[in-house]
Design a protein around this ligand. Structure first.
Ligand code: ATP
Length: 240
């Protein structure tokens, strides 16, 4: 579903190597967590996957298509929720959702059904006719999430999605992730919240200083280490 092959990216004329020769694969029906300490290269990797940054080296395949060569086709089947929730504040919630639905050519019936469903899930029904600039941080995050789900993407990509959500919304988002995977779609997200990764993800990759230092199921990663060691210990040990 999503495949990175020997991907590298450096900033400042090559002096800051943010991502260094990374390869991994996210399979259909999989929730894949991307873990790493601050500055490890998570956001840079996500931005390359969604086409906001061009890799210096390597290739990224989305559903078998190279995301540089078939940029428009790949963008149609992914969605990206960045960690900064920049949104058109002068639109109402419903205007924003309809705008996104128009961009992705989502039919009237589908958008009505999906908008109603997600507004109910995230308890945003009453605010949907208000200007987004009046929304709280968490409400903005929810409207961005709904916008990202409106075209029913095959791959749902999120940067630190749980930060800023209240426990209920966080639970709902995890449920949405699980449901999508049951339908054979994939979820790829970065997180610092180790407990979320441990409970939710089918597989994880740990990145440190731009390099993947561990990748696999929790059992596989634990198997290489002491039995029953918590992800927190493994993470701290590996990223030290
Ligand atoms: N636009 C940029 N120009 C120069 N250096 C950058 C730029 N963006 C990121 N970097 C550097 O690249 C490295 C990786 O940054 P990145 O934002 O990808 O990490 P991250 O794992 O997402 O970190 P965090 O968890 O703190 O958000 C860091 O050393 C960072 O300082």
């Amino acid at each position: 579903m999503l495949k990175l092959e020997k991907v590298s990216k450096a900033y400042q004329k090559g002096t800051v190597k943010a991502v260094d020769d990374i390869s991994f694969e996210v399979k259909p029906g999989e929730i894949f967590g991307f873990l790493g300490p601050n500055g490890a290269g998570k956001t840079t990797t996500l931005k390359m996957i969604v086409g906001l940054l061009k890799p210096d080296e390597g290739n990224i395949y989305i559903d078998g298509m190279d995301n540089q060569e078939e940029s428009l086709e790949t963008k149609k089947i992914i969605s990206y929720v960045p960690d900064t929730h920049e949104v058109y504040e002068r639109l109402t919630g419903i205007e924003y959702l309809n705008f996104i639905a128009d961009m992705y050519a989502v039919s009237r019936e589908e958008r009505v059904q999906r908008i109603q469903y997600y507004l109910e899930v995230f308890q945003l029904k009453e605010a949907v006719n208000d200007l987004i600039k009046s929304y709280s941080h968490g409400m903005k995050q929810k409207i961005v999430l709904i916008g990202a789900l409106i075209h029913d993407p095959k791959i749902f990509i999120l940067d630190e999605p749980m930060v800023g959500l209240d426990p209920k919304a966080s639970f709902q988002l995890k449920e949405i992730m699980r449901l999508r995977c049951q339908e054979g779609k994939s979820v790829f997200f970065s997180t610092h919240v180790l407990e979320v990764a441990e409970k939710l993800c089918d597989r994880i990759a740990i990145i440190r200083k731009g390099e993947i230092i561990a990748c696999g199921t929790m059992e596989e990663i634990r198997g290489q280490r002491k039995q029953q060691e918590s992800l927190e210990n493994i993470f701290l040990e590996l990223t030290e």
